[in-house]
Design a binder for this molecule. Structure first.
Ligand code: NI
Length: 202
């Protein structure tokens, strides 16, 4: 096993579509091993092959934190249900977060390292991660999907804190129409309480 270099935004490889894996050989197993080690080393919950410069449809994931990584080869999302809005990050956009809407649950059909097919349903964080990694295989970075301008986690938390203060002040005034001192975006109806928190660098 070896730690591989993770490409960061700006590298054109990250915007390319990956090709299907056809050979289920030792080289593929070795790539998956390296990706798993690299994911853990970087405190990520998922890592896709293009992020280490290999344009093949393969990603690894461990959202349980129990060192039980799952390898997905040639994955296809066959069912999507519901919607979740949450904070997302990416090992290829280090230090940044954004709010992204994803399905609440997804069913994935994929192959394992032997080429055998499996189908599994994931919810919550795991569903978010599957969608994020699957996007990487199509050359899509989450910046394209983010509903907020990407910022650091500290900036995001500061923004949420300020927003909560404004909302609390408004509640104290009984939601009465205000004289305009409150920024418009504070009343856009998109409360942050529906945003699930969780570290999702993937
Ligand atoms: Ni990512």
């Amino acid at each position: 096993m070896a730690i591989r270099n993770i490409l960061v935004e700006g590298d054109p490889t990250l915007l390319k579509k990956s090709r299907r894996v056809k050979r289920f050989d030792d080289r593929l197993a070795s790539l998956a091993d390296d990706m798993i080690e690299t994911m853990y080393e970087s405190d990520g919950v998922g890592l896709a092959a293009p992020q280490v410069g290999v344009l093949r449809r393969l990603f690894v994931m461990d959202t349980e934190g129990e060192e039980k990584p799952v390898v997905f080869v040639n994955p296809e999302i066959v069912v999507e249900e519901g919607v979740q809005r949450g904070v997302e990050g990416c090992l290829s956009l280090p230090g940044l977060v954004g709010v992204v809407s994803r399905p609440l649950s997804v069913t994935v059909r994929a192959q394992d390292l032997n080429g055998d097919y499996f189908e599994e349903t994931f919810t919550g964080l795991a569903a978010r991660c599957v969608c994020h990694e699957n996007d990487h295989l199509d050359g899509i970075l989450y910046r394209r999907r983010s509903e907020t301008v990407l910022c650091t986690r500290e900036e995001y938390e500061e923004e949420m804190r300020r927003k909560a203060e404004i909302e609390a002040a408004m509640r104290q005034e009984g939601d009465a129409p205000h004289d305009g001192a409150i920024p418009e975006h504070a009343a856009d109806g998109k409360g942050h309480d529906d945003i699930s928190e969780g570290e999702v660098d993937a």
